[in-house]
Design a protein around this ligand. Structure first.
Ligand SMILES: [Zn+2]
Length: 90
């Protein structure tokens, strides 16, 4: 596994101006109707509003991982609750 580059500067949040900090986050993707969750993705996260930014090379790695069959076979499956939106809550 590749080491994180600690020095990357994410700059300030474009929404609220707070300084972004690097965190490992979960990212979810819908691909052909299937939900795929990537865990441990390094991203700049705003501590105030939760805005996220991902470096361009991380974005490329994400795209590679999502198309890599070998990785997919080693993945685990999560059961996630799916709640249908309703106007009125009983
Ligand atoms: Zn923010």
């Amino acid at each position: 596994m590749k080491k994180l580059t600690k020095e990357y500067e994410y700059g300030n949040c474009h929404t609220c101006g707070e300084r972004m900090t690097e965190r490992l986050v979960k990212q979810d993707f819908w691909i052909k109707g299937k939900l795929i969750v990537l865990d441990g993705v390094p991203a700049g996260v705003c501590p105030r509003c939760g805005e996220r930014v991902v470096k361009s090379d991380v974005g490329r790695t994400v795209a590679e991982l999502l198309t890599n069959q070998r990785r997919k076979r080693r993945s685990r499956t999560l059961n996630v609750p799916v709640i249908l939106f309703e106007e009125r809550v009983a």
